[in-house]
Design a protein around this ligand. Structure first.
Ligand code: WQD
Length: 344
């Protein structure tokens, strides 16, 4: 068995899929989550997929003493993957202090405790939102950071700077910052997947809920953008491919292959897909016709962004290679499974 990795936010969408891939790669996993936006049932799902039940601790990482107790209880933790954060863009505009306290204090607590408990490295879950609307596409890791459009996006930028400053101050830790594009899809077993609270804000859960009849109609937020078909373009990455990027990054730290104290990677497919192209791909992949209509633009949406992912491909030896239609089929299978289980 390899080292023990603490996965904060591990009962969430990306955290649960990453736990599965860490276990598949031979790592021991401890999940810490406050269950504010996920359910402990996910632990059963992970065990069902891998046959290994990860340790689970219900913890609020804003509480320094409770966080320190984690490292005391699990002294073999050598790495952290930090997903735990509030992540609803719109909500962050209404409740900025909740976002600054939760997203920043939790990271500060972890960084402060790492040297004391010989935790070697931390992988931070960042986002392409730090780039805003890039001037040049595809966007590279050297592209300028733009002023955040929301407190949520600002906490990602601030946390990246906190990590850089902590390492510069001489802290003996290593860090890899992963800037995700748009994670979509669900595990091929349909045992775990994306479970939005209430009305989904993100495109794919709203799309699959419309396809299955929970939602009446999908609104496409604008078709008057400067793009080939007028709808917004994003880089949609399969959540399992994204999870595997975390394993590659953690192994890079654990096996002392990391070349800088802090490394930053774009984690995407390197390809842009418009909303309308995605709808067509979904209908082709599933044979399900989607009811949608074009409406006005959504405030805060950027027009188009997709990543240059050469650095991750080369340095991490990782590539997102699952075809989009296959990914959309997993999202649909997950929605059907939720219906069959009477969940929604
Ligand atoms: C994608 C596209 C919408 C819903 C956000 C966060 C990002 C990350 C992913 C956390 C846009 C369009 C959407 C709908 C639509 N989150 N859309 N109808 O805004 O690119 O990114 O989620 O890490 O940090 O910023 O994702 O899925 O909301 O939107 O037309 O009902 O789909 O306009 O073009 P977004 P999204």
């Amino acid at each position: 068995m390899k080292e023990t990795i603490l996965v904060t936010g591990g009962t969430g969408f990306i955290g649960s899929h990453t736990t599965v891939e860490l276990q598949n790669a031979g790592y021991e996993v401890v999940i810490a989550d406050n269950l504010s936006n996920s359910s402990a049932d996910v632990i059963d799902g992970i065990e069902k997929i891998t046959g290994i039940r990860p340790a689970f601790e219900k913890v609020d990482l804003r509480d320094f003493d409770a966080t320190e107790a984690l490292f005391r209880k699990y002294p073999r933790i050598r790495g952290i993957i930090h997903f735990a954060a509030s992540k609803a863009v719109g909500e962050s505009v209404e409740k900025p202090l909740l976002y600054y306290r939760n997203n920043i204090i939790s990271l500060v607590n972890l960084l402060e405790l790492m040297p004391k408990y010989e935790v070697k490295g931390i992988i931070f879950s960042s986002s392409c939102t730090v780039y805003g609307q890039p001037d040049v596409l595809p966007v590279t890791e050297e592209s300028p950071i733009k002023k955040a459009e929301s407190p949520y996006g600002n906490t990602k930028q601030i946390n990246e700077e906190i990590i850089q400053d902590t390492v510069k101050s001489g802290s003996p830790i290593k860090s890899i910052i992963l800037r995700y594009f748009n994670p979509i899809g669900s595990h091929p077993t349909a045992i775990i997947g994306e479970m939005p609270n209430g009305v989904p804000q993100n495109l794919i859960p709203y799309l699959t809920q419309t396809a299955i009849g929970i939602r009446e109609c999908l609104s496409v937020f604008g078709d008057d953008y400067d793009t080939p078909d007028g709808s917004c373009i994003r880089d949609y990455i399969y959540v399992v491919d994204l999870a595997k990027a975390h394993v590659s990054a953690m192994t890079r730290i654990m096996e002392d292959q990391i070349e800088e104290p802090v490394e930053i990677y774009n984690i995407g497919t390197g390809r842009g897909t418009s909303v309308l192209e995605l709808i067509n791909a979904f209908e082709k992949a599933t044979g399900v016709r989607l009811n949608y209509k074009i409406v006005g633009r959504r405030a805060g949406d950027i027009e188009k962004v997709w990543g240059n992912v050469d650095k991750a491909n080369q340095k991490l030896g990782w590539r997102a290679d699952t075809p989009l239609e296959e990914v959309l089929a997993t999202a649909w299978r997950w929605q059907v499974a939720l219906r069959e289980r009477g969940v929604m």
